[in-house]
Design a protein around this ligand. Structure first.
Ligand code: FES
Length: 271
């Protein structure tokens, strides 16, 4: 089954989990996700695939300990098996030679842009990765990202590393300074993706956002990941998770950001 080969906390409340899943590893592409169910009583949790090793037959994902389900996952140890582990799911990034590609990430997205940086660089693009956190000690995979990017630029809210502020502030500085991009990909919280999309619109830079953040069951049945993209209803889990950030109706996305907060609190209390 899907046995945990390695699991560690890489920053406060951020965990890295490597799982034996040779079939998923053999098919995974940058931008795809998997669904992990830790035990028979826990819910389906979509996780972006951050790395994989076809020789070892393992896949790695990063998760934030934020509610009851991820707390269950945090308690799993090396050698434990997932009740269910399914993937790869969702559409992969459209990897091609564009020129200069900017990858903007925060939180779980830092792990998610790692395979994208690798793939875009291998295609001959100049890859500039932007990694953000509230503070230096909350950043992770700096070395890995630097290894596969042409350049990594950091932003921290407290100014402990790189630009004081957010990755979109740094991107704004770079765009104003005349830096050119042929494609931008943003992965992280909805607000980060919204800000990046607003920023790149006047420059007419094709901007892809990864809407994994709004998914719940990842099957197309719960409806929680419903989006309006170019005036059409889409489901992040079955039609995405990647969409043109300039076409997404962000008012709807942002208004639903805390839609399940009360249920999350109840669930955590019961757990
Ligand atoms: Fe439930 Fe997409 S996550 S329908």
């Amino acid at each position: 089954m899907a046995k945990i080969i390695n699991k560690k906390q890489i920053a406060p409340n951020i965990h890295q989990c490597e799982v034996e899943a040779p079939l998923i590893a053999s098919k995974a592409l940058p931008g795809q996700f998997l669904i992990a169910i830790p035990n028979e009583f826990s819910e389906r949790t979509p996780m972006t695939i951050s790395d994989w090793d076809t020789k070892k037959g393992t896949v790695t994902f990063i998760f934030l300990e934020i509610g009851a389900s991820t707390e269950v996952m945090t308690k799993l140890k090396k050698g434990d098996e997932f009740y269910s582990f399914t993937g790869p799911l969702g559409k992969a990034y459209d990897v091609d030679k564009y020129g200069t590609v900017g990858l903007i990430a925060g939180c779980y997205g830092i792990g998610a842009i790692y395979p994208a940086a690798k793939a875009f660089k291998a295609k001959g693009n100049k890859v500039i990765s932007y990694s953000e956190a509230r503070s230096n000690f909350l950043l992770y995979w700096n070395d890995k990202l630097e290894e596969v990017s042409s350049e990594v630029r950091y932003a921290t809210v407290d100014g402990s590393l790189g630009k004081k502020g957010h990755a979109y502030d740094l991107l704004e500085d770079d765009l104003k300074a005349g830096m050119k991009f042929d494609r931008i990909i943003a992965v992280g919280c909805s607000y980060l993706m919204y800000r990046v999309s607003q920023l790149t619109r006047p420059y007419n830079i094709k901007t892809i956002v990864s809407m994994n953040t709004v998914m719940i069951d990842g099957t197309g049945m719960c409806g929680a990941c419903r989006l309006v993209v170019g005036n059409k209803t889409k489901f992040a889990c079955v039609d995405g998770p990647h969409f043109d950030g300039h076409q997404v109706d962000w008012d709807i996305v942002l208004s639903r950001r805390k839609a399940y907060l009360e249920e999350e609190i109840i669930s955590k209390e019961r757990w």
